[in-house]
Write a protein that binds this ligand. Structure first.
Ligand SMILES: NC(=O)c1ccc[n+]([C@@H]2O[C@H](COP(=O)([O-])OP(=O)(O)OC[C@H]3O[C@@H](n4cnc5c(N)ncnc54)[C@H](OP(=O)(O)O)[C@@H]3O)[C@@H](O)[C@H]2O)c1
Length: 298
């Protein structure tokens, strides 16, 4: 399943060691690709029983990775979200270790939520972040904390992540998808495989001196959720749920679900795809969902 990704990616130099802090959905995919390319990769999770848990790091219990695992790390990716108190779990617990690593590149997976509401306009890395939600304010504070470390950092700002096992196909199948109509509202997305391949691409670009501190990693087509559900239902041969106006749907939403509808922005990927030459594997949700359908065996 990794063959196509391996074909289009270049391994890290042979003496590299990649440490992935937080090997969840994205972290596992970056790890799998980099391992398949023949590189030395270590991945942390909070429990040894979880897939791909090479070592344990859990900031809640202060369980830190063993010292020898942290030695000789040349590349690092943190996929760990802010703690409940808004601080960054990696910086709080591991910064002294990070400072003595021979790090050539550090990636921090952040969110496009830091931009706040652009009222549907396109947003580029040049736009000043104006987070409105508490979680996005915390995220921006973590970005700032990472910048302040002085490490060779690149912040990857991601919109909604989807991929095999975690896409609208599952919600259509289990009857949880909702056709909520809010005219003008769009969402940006990124397929998991593009996060993995773009990460490798960015590491290589950084090596030749191209390392913008902040980079959006999004597909080409911000679009209404109703269109995505419509396409997923067609792929699965399911009938569409009834369309409900946002005003009535909002009265039944959790505060978390509602918060996603409070902001509207189109994330530009021009810096990644034009200036830095990355070619998306899944430039739109149709391509990405067809891939999920295939890999999920649906
Ligand atoms: N999901 C989205 O649509 C989305 C969109 C934009 C940005 N993001 C952000 O992008 C990053 C990657 O997303 P993802 O969906 O791949 O994340 P994910 O699957 O939730 O993985 C997060 C990882 O962080 C680890 N982790 C969480 N809290 C920790 C702590 N206190 N100490 C140590 N490890 C901790 C988790 O450990 P375990 O493996 O043990 O669970 C997991 O490996 C995250 O920061 C996420 O918030 C996500």
């Amino acid at each position: 399943m990794l063959t196509a990704l391996v074909k289009r990616s270049k391994p890290l130099p042979s003496n590299s060691k990649l440490l992935i802090l937080g090997g969840g959905f994205s972290g596992q995919r970056i790890a799998a690709l980099t391992k398949a390319l023949g590189n030395n990769v270590l991945c942390t999770r909070r429990e040894a029983s979880k897939p791909g848990a090479d070592i344990i790091f859990d900031s809640r219990t202060q369980q830190l990775p063993p010292k020898e695992a942290l030695e000789g790390v040349t590349h690092l990716v943190s996929c760990i979200p802010p703690s409940e108190d808004g601080t960054d779990p990696v910086i709080t617990n591991l910064i002294e270790h990070l400072k003595v690593m021979p790090l050539e590149w550090v990636g921090y997976l952040s969110t496009t939520g830091v931009y706040g509401d652009s009222k549907g306009d396109w947003v580029t890395e040049k736009d000043h972040p104006r987070p409105t939600l508490l979680r996005s304010k915390r995220r921006l504070a973590c970005e700032e904390a990472w910048k302040a470390t002085g490490l060779p950092l690149q912040i990857l700002r991601l919109p909604g992540i989807y991929g095999p096992g975690r896409s609208v196909l599952q919600s259509v199948l289990n009857g949880n998808s909702k056709m909520i109509d809010k005219p003008g509202q769009v969402f940006s997305r990124i397929h998991l495989d593009d996060i993995a391949c773009a990460t490798l691409h960015l590491i290589h670009q950084a090596k030749i001196g191209q390392r913008p501190t902040v980079i959006n990693v999004a597909d080409d087509i911000p679009i209404a959720n109703t269109e995505v559900i419509r396409y997923a239902s067609k792929l699965l041969g399911r009938s569409l749920p009834p369309v409900e106006p946002f005003e009535s749907a909002a009265t039944k939403m959790s505060p978390m679900a509602l918060s996603f509808w409070q902001e509207n922005r189109r994330i530009s990927n021009k810096l990644l795809c034009k200036d830095l030459g990355y070619t998306l594997i899944h430039p739109d949700y149709q391509s990405g969902l067809k891939d999920c359908l295939l890999k999920d065996g649906l």
